[in-house]
Design a protein around this ligand. Sequence first.
Ligand code: ATP
Ligand code: MG
Length: 395
Amino acid sequence: MSGDTLDIYIGKRLTATLKRDPTRTEVRFSYHPSATEPVSLTMPICDTEDVFAGLPPVFETSLPEGELLETIFRKMGKVIKLADDFDILKLVGRNLIGRLVATPSGESPDSLDVFTGSEGLTALLRSSDSKALVTQAMVDLAERTGISGMLPKTFGISDGRSRLTIPAGAYIVKTENDEFPGICIVEHACMAACRNAGLKVPETLLSDDGKSLLVRRFDIGPDGTRFGFEDFCSLSVVGRKAKYEGSYESVAKILFLFTTDIERDRRELFRAFTMMQLLKNGDAHLKNFGVLYSSTSDVRLSPIYDMVTTTSFIAKDSPALTFEGKRKWLGKKGIARFGINRCGLEEDETNAIIGECVSGIEETVPFLKTLSERYPADPVLRTLSTFQESASPSG
Ligand SMILES: Nc1ncnc2c1ncn2[C@@H]1O[C@H](COP(=O)(O)OP(=O)(O)OP(=O)(O)O)[C@@H](O)[C@H]1O
Ligand SMILES: [Mg+2]
């Protein structure tokens, strides 16, 4: 039955099929004879069929979560059967992050058109109620939005005048929820600090009302080329529910297994770990690290994303994964141990990188001060204190 078979494309190339068992208990994966690239770095091309209890992790970890998933159920649950992850992938599989496309067997792999105009974008950024516009776009495009994460998000932009929602092209659009007011302002500042600390960071644009953030997609190149992307749940071959079940040691081990630029990534991962510690980001779980690749011979740690001072929202928050068996904020010596023992760096180099991270945060303090004057919400002010503490000589 074609309804229970999905064709998997990489770009326009038919690469594999996923078949759901009639009892809905197993999913069978097999490569197509024309496959030239694997669907996951953990699934080399082979000519035998693989059987999974649910979706293979590379697909499962791409699926919507949080409010987007709830919206999909609310909007589509009465129209079509949404019994399991396979049904959700069938719905959103044309528009996933990365280079994979999943379509019902025999259907074209064409996805959302890429929007290049700036009209909707400007309307969103200048709006006095961007949250309403993002929420509207999220509802309008829900069944065509294959992206994970708990915050409300969409690949569309509502122009604010008509009920017209257009694809946002190279941007992910996210907005705050009731639980974390001010989170987009905090993320915008943390991403700026990471950029100033020398990390690769996608462009972020904050709406004037401070409630929404546009994040430029790094899985889409300037000419529209799509890159492979896998988070560390996928690389660890575990499902999304296991995102807090791991250690930073295992993140390092797995990265060094797959990267094709180990010298660069020793430093890049250490820098990211240092910023996570200094900025007190307690949500750097396995889905908030990823690798980006153009082919299996060109794999690197992806640019940084979702960097947020979570202690500004949950005062006692601790790191998302363990290091040396504990979820604990570290001083500079502890941070350096990750670089020396797990990233294979010399002590001098770890100290130099920590110094650059501190300077990056220091350099971002005036920017965050300006943001906090404009948006004097408590979490923003608390983030400013964290930046100032991390940037102080004793920090
Ligand atoms: N700039 C980007 N380009 C491409 N993909 C991205 C980018 N930023 C994030 N992603 C992907 O989108 C997912 C969701 O984004 P993000 O982590 O920012 O959302 P979130 O709702 O804040 O997540 P969380 O549930 O971890 O708080 C990420 O896990 C990653 O797969
Ligand atoms: Mg995330």
